[in-house]
Design a protein around this ligand. Structure first.
Ligand code: ADE
Ligand code: ZN
Length: 365
């Protein structure tokens, strides 16, 4: 009996490793990661010591134990406190470089990365400090590992729309280093319509637009983000399912959803990963993608999110390739770079799976 259990254990271990290496080998994009959410406890301690900042924790283990969240707000309170250890240009450089190195290890070829300027300017840190560090790290990572990355500046929605406009004005000298704007922080009670003005300015400056919507907030926030902010992707969007017409619209207009399965379980959006709606939406033809959100806080980077979701929802290889394809298709890369990555994905996916069936509807483009 014991032997049989051990044999089953090794079979499952082997299978999990095979799935992980298949996923790792596929070219993929990460489209929903907050750079401040990649601050690992070890780096938090190092930076706090370097900058003479007191932390309310004695050890790295204590930090990890504190990562029990009842909802989004409980997480955000800890997240903003963690971000306060970032002070110098070197700190922001190291944070970005560490994330990009980790992303490369997961087979990420393109990352479109959120940052929260107001979490830093409110503490007296100048735009030039974090933008300089981020931009240098992105350039260094491209040179060292060939990864392509772009930055998306998020406005904090728990602050007024006017504060977002002030932030936009401060950002003017650095807009050329950004690919888009986004909206994050406490969702419920802070509707997208409050940010119409700043999004209009960003769009007319040629930036792309995305927004968190339907994570904890109602489907009306997804509709508001699409209609008022004119966003091209929805971050999370899990609650779209409550509005049938909205799901049909997402399919028809091919709006990508940047979903974050481990985050949704950690923040109690779903009780268990088995309850997540990503597979149902994929099967309905919604352009869903898998991302990590705040990997240092939620127990996993992109590959961890993929592996856990594949196991919990019994995704097959076609689903996995479809998710990778959706991620590349939903990037803001120029068409020729997108096409090159998609072609590589088609070759890799096919080479690794002899006799694979034709791509499903979800995989096309
Ligand atoms: N900021 C960092 N992570 C976030 C999330 N999951 N939702 C909203 N704002 C965030
Ligand atoms: Zn997020």
């Amino acid at each position: 009996m014991a032997l049989r259990r051990i044999a089953v254990h090794f079979y499952e271990l082997n299978r999990a490793m095979e799935i992980a290496s298949f996923i790792r080998s596929l070219p993929k994009a990460e489209l929903h990661v907050h750079i401040e959410g990649t601050l690992e406890p070890e780096m938090m301690f190092d930076l706090a010591a370097r900058n003479g900042i007191d932390l309310p924790f004695a050890t790295v283990e204590e930090v990890r134990e504190a990562y029990e969240f009842s909802d989004l707000q409980a997480f955000l309170d800890i997240y903003y406190r963690g971000a306060a250890v970032l002070v110098t240009e070197q700190d922001f450089f190291e944070l970005m470089l560490a994330y990009l190195e980790r992303a490369v290890a997961d087979g990420i070829r393109r990352a479109e990365i959120f940052f929260d300027p107001q979490a830093h300017t409110e503490r007296g840190i100048d735009f030039s400090v974090f933008m300089g560090g981020f931009a240098d790290a992105i350039d260094a990572a491209r040179e060292r590992w060939g990864i392509s990355a772009g930055m998306i500046m998020c406005f904090l929605r728990h602050l007024p729309g006017d504060a977002a406009v002030d932030t936009w004005n401060l950002a003017a000298p650095f807009v050329h280093r950004m690919i888009g704007v986004g909206l994050d922080s406490s969702e419920v009670g802070n509707p997208p319509e409050w940010f119409a003005e700043v999004y209009a300015r960003a769009r007319s400056a040629g930036l792309h637009a995305v927004a968190h919507a339907g994570e904890e907030g109602p489907p009306a926030y997804i509709t508001g983000a699409l209609d008022t902010l004119r966003v091209e992707r929805i971050d999370h969007g899990v609650r779209c399912e409550e509005d049938r017409a909205l799901v049909e619209r997402l399919v028809r207009e091919r709006i990508p959803l940047t979903m974050c399965p481990l985050s949704n379980v950690e923040l109690r959006v779903f009780d268990r990963l088995e309850d997540h709606n990503i597979k149902r939406l994929l099967d309905r033809g919604v352009r869903v993608t898998i991302n990590s959100d705040d990997p240092a806080y939620f127990g996993g980077y992109v590959l961890d999110n993929f592996v856990a979701t594949v196991e919990a929802l019994d995704l097959d290889r076609n689903d996995i390739v479809a998710l990778a394809r959706n991620s590349i298709g939903a990037t803001f890369l120029p068409d020729d770079e997108k096409a090159a990555l998609l072609e590589e994905l088609a070759e890799t996916g096919a080479a690794l799976e002899p006799g694979a069936p034709e791509p499903t509807q979800n995989e096309k483009g």
